[in-house]
Ligand binder design. Structure first.
Ligand SMILES: Cc1ncc(COP(=O)(O)O)c(C=O)c1O
Length: 364
């Protein structure tokens, strides 16, 4: 079996995978209602929210689209904070549905500058919402969401958060940080295969929803709410993934959210220290280096494509490359969800052998 260390999909515990092989049940029946209600309740605990939480069958991008179309109308002005590929994607979705997007782009590898966000909000008083990525998976940078939220709320704007690769792994108390829509995806820190987006919706987001005119059908939150009252989803859900999620959430609560978050922090530190000890440098600015994905700069003659191939073929270690303009410039180690120290030790040991074979001359 490969040691799959990309930042999602992530490996799943055998017991979770086994849940996926359960026989189908009626998604309009009482057994499913009980499971859905239990899963929703557990998600609320892990999101640290008392607000509505919905399971949407789709990937994380579907959740981002749902966030946009359920709160905005064509022509609404939004500030789209971007520090990488996924921040750009959130902006592109809003643009596609007719929002007037004010891009606020920061250098890749760095976190968003709070003062620039404040300046932008001052300059654009009629902005309706701020779109932000909590953890930018493409660069391995975590934004300071608590501070961003404080600024956004000083101006009383909606805060739409892509927390796809952070929630459940990195501290994000959804209610305390006043996130209006918070989106995550099952294949990231949740130890579950792809197939579900999970979203939380605040009271302020519901108010926006009642005015929002962007077209929506599949992603309609009002429909999701009315069906959840019956213990159902509007459309046929990915039942097998829901079975898996039920068990994974029980495991997470058993470990305890604080412990899950601490484990991610510990393993991230170990990964950062480990790659530096091999003579590599982080691509992300250290103060905001992510606890779920480590991005590493390709320096000193390192050929990333060659490295990834050697690791995959000779060591059964699968790492991520750089996306878009970072292709060939960085590689990434995912350490979220079902991960422990031994998994990362294996990666580091394999890197030690493979780096010189892939042209790296910087090893100490
Ligand atoms: C921060 C972030 N946003 C959005 C996405 C897109 O999610 P999906 O691939 O599930 O649509 C990802 C997935 O890598 C992500 O890490």
């Amino acid at each position: 079996m490969d040691n799959l260390r990309i930042p999602g999909p992530t490996p799943c515990p055998e017991v979770v995978l086994k849940e996926m092989s359960r026989q189908m049940i009626n998604h309009r029946g009482s057994e499913f209602a009980q499971i859905l209600n239990g899963v929703t309740d557990k998600l609320k605990q892990l999101f640290q929210t008392k607000n509505d939480v919905f399971l949407l069958t789709g990937s994380g991008t579907g959740g981002l689209e749902a966030a946009v179309v359920n709160t905005l109308s064509p022509g609404d002005k939004v500030i789209a904070v971007s520090i990488g590929v996924f921040g750009d994607r959130f902006a592109a979705i809003a643009q596609k549905f007719g929002a007037e997007v004010i891009p606020l782009n920061f250098e890749w590898g760095k976190a968003a500058d709070i003062d620039e966000i404040r300046k932008s909000l001052k300059k654009e008083p009629d902005v309706k919402a701020v779109l932000v990525t909590h953890n930018e998976t493409s660069t391995g940078v975590t934004n300071d969401l608590a501070q961003i939220s404080t600024v956004v709320k000083e101006f009383d704007k909606l805060l739409l958060v892509d927390a796809i690769s952070s929630l459940g792994s990195i501290e994000l108390p959804v209610d305390d940080w006043h996130c209006d829509i918070t989106v995550t995806g099952s294949q990231k820190g949740w130890m579950v295969p792809p197939g579900l987006a999970m979203v939380a919706i605040s009271e302020k987001a519901w108010q926006a929803n009642s005015q929002a005119k962007m077209p929506r059908f599949y992603w309609d939150f009002a429909k999701a709410k009315s069906y959840l009252e019956k213990g159902q989803t509007p459309w046929t859900p990915a039942i097998s993934v829901v079975f898996a999620l039920k068990l994974a959430l029980e495991m997470m609560l058993q470990e305890g959210l604080a412990n899950v978050i601490a484990r991610h922090a510990r393993i991230a530190q170990m990964t950062h220290d480990g790659v530096k000890a091999l003579g590599l440098s982080l691509f992300a600015e250290e103060s905001h280096a992510s606890n779920t994905v480590t991005s590493i700069a390709a320096s000193d003659g390192l050929n990333v494509a060659k490295l990834l191939k050697i690791l995959r073929e000779e060591h059964h270690v699968v790492l991520g490359g750089g996306q878009q303009k970072l292709s060939g410039q960085i590689f990434r180690i995912g350490h979220l969800g079902w991960v422990n120290e031994e998994d990362i030790n294996m990666v580091l040991k394999s890197l030690m052998i493979a780096l010189p074979q892939a042209g790296f001359k910087g090893a100490s």
